[in-house]
Design a protein around this ligand. Structure first.
Ligand SMILES: Nc1ncnc2c1ncn2[C@@H]1O[C@H](COP(=O)(O)OP(=O)(O)O)[C@@H](O)[C@H]1O
Ligand SMILES: [Mg+2]
Length: 279
C-alpha cells in the first residue's frame, strides 16, 4: 500500500500540499477530488519522484520513496498517468508502451527500446504490450504514430503505458479530462476491470458522476489540505448538505466554498461516518 505521512510541499513560501496524511489500500479505488489548485497533482508528482517532498514521507509498504530516484520508484511498483498527455508523438503506440518496460540501467530509454536484451525478451515485451493494447481496445492502433491518434485514444495509450509494467500502485491524474460521454463510459469500464486485490489505485477526477460510480473511498483536498475522507455515500451526503445549505449546484464549487468559512466547515464535520482532518 501507498502511504502519505504528514507530507508538505512548499514552493517558495506557498504550501501546495500542507501536512497531508492518508493511506491508499490495494484492491480498491481511492478517488482524490478537490478544486483546481488543491494540490492533487502535486501529491502524484511527489509520489512518482517528479517533485521532492519538503517535509514528511511517502512510502510503498515500508520503502520510503523520496530517497529513491524516479526509475527506482517505478521499479518499486508505482505507475502514473499525467494530467497533460505525455506521449512520444512520433513513435508508434507500441513503442510508447515498450519504453515503460525497458530497465533504466540499460541506458537511454528511447534508443534502447529497440535493441536491448535479446530477441526473446523483446518478443516478451511486445507480447505484454499487445496484451494491454487489446484489453483497452487499442490493438488496431498498435503501429500508428501516437501523435496521430484522437485525443481520447491518446489518453487511453497513457493508461496502457502505465499498466504495462504491472504496477502495484497506479496513480491516474484526471484520466477522463477532455473525454466525451461515450469515452468516459469506456474509461470507467477499463478502470473497473483493473480493480484487483494487489493493485492500489488512485483516481484524481473532476467528473463527479464517474467518481461516485466507481470509487470505494474518496479523499477531498482543498488548498493543499486534506479536508475529508469517506465513502462515496458519505461524501455525496455531505455535498448534498452543502448544496442545500449554499443553495447552488456544483459539487466541487461547494466543496471549495465549504472550506472558505469556518461555519461551513463545522457543518461539514457533522457528516456521518466521515473522518475530518482539521489543520
Ligand atoms: N512546480 C510548481 N511551482 C510552483 N507552484 C506550483 C508548482 N506545481 C504546482 N504548483 C502550485 O501548487 C498548487 C497546487 O497545484 P496542483 O497540485 O497542480 O493542483 P491540482 O492538481 O489540485 O489542480 C497550485 O497553486 C499550483 O499553482
Ligand atoms: Mg491537477
Amino acid at each position: 500500500m501507498l502511504r502519505f505521512d504528514h507530507v508538505t510541499k512548499q514552493f517558495g513560501g506557498f504550501k501546495a500540499v500542507d501536512d497531508v496524511s492518508f493511506t491508499v489500500r490495494p484492491g480498491i479505488i481511492t478517488a482524490v477530488i478537490g478544486p483546481n489548485g488543491a494540490g492533487k497533482s502535486t501529491l502524484v508528482n511527489m509520489a512518482a519522484g517528479s517533485y521532492r517532498v519538503s517535509t514528511g514521507r511517502i512510502l510503498i509498504d515500508d520503502v520510503e520513496l523520496q530517497a529513491l530516484p524516479k526509475h527506482k520508484i517505478a521499479h518499486a511498483g508505482l505507475s502514473r498517468t499525467y494530467q497533460n498527455i505525455r506521449l512520444f508523438d512520433g513513435m508508434s503506440v507500441m513503442k510508447n508502451l515498450e519504453v515503460a518496460l525497458v530497465p533504466p540501467s540499460i541506458g537511454s530509454l528511447v534508443s534502447d527500446t529497440f535493441g536491448f536484451g535479446g530477441r526473446r525478451e523483446a518478443e516478451e515485451r511486445r507480447e505484454r504490450c499487445f496484451e494491454v493494447l487489446k484489453t483497452l481496445g487499442l490493438a488496431p492502433f498498435a503501429e500508428r504514430q501516437a501523435g496521430s491518434l484522437a485525443y481520447g485514444q491518446q489518453k487511453l495509450v497513457e493508461l496502457a503505458r502505465a499498466i504495462v509494467p504491472k504496477p502495484r500502485v497506479l496513480l491516474l491524474d484526471e484520466p477522463a479530462a477532455g473525454l466525451n460521454h461515450g469515452e468516459t463510459e469506456q474509461l470507467k469500464q477499463h478502470i473497473l476491470a483493473l480493480r484487483q486485490p494487489d493493485l492500489a489505485m488512485v483516481l484524481i477526477e473532476h467528473d463527479m458522476k464517474l467518481i461516485m460510480s466507481i470509487s470505494d473511498t474518496i479523499i477531498v483536498m482543498n488548498r493543499g489540505q486534506l479536508l475529508a475522507e469517506g465513502s462515496p455515500a458519505d461524501i455525496r451526503a455531505n455535498i448534498e448538505v452543502q448544496e442545500a445549505y449554499l443553495g447552488q449546484p456544483g459539487a466541487i464549487r461547494d466543496i471549495e466554498a465549504a472550506a472558505r468559512g469556518r461555519r461551513n466547515r463545522v457543518r461539514l464535520r457533522e457528516g456521518e461516518g466521515l473522518t475530518w482532518h482539521q489543520p
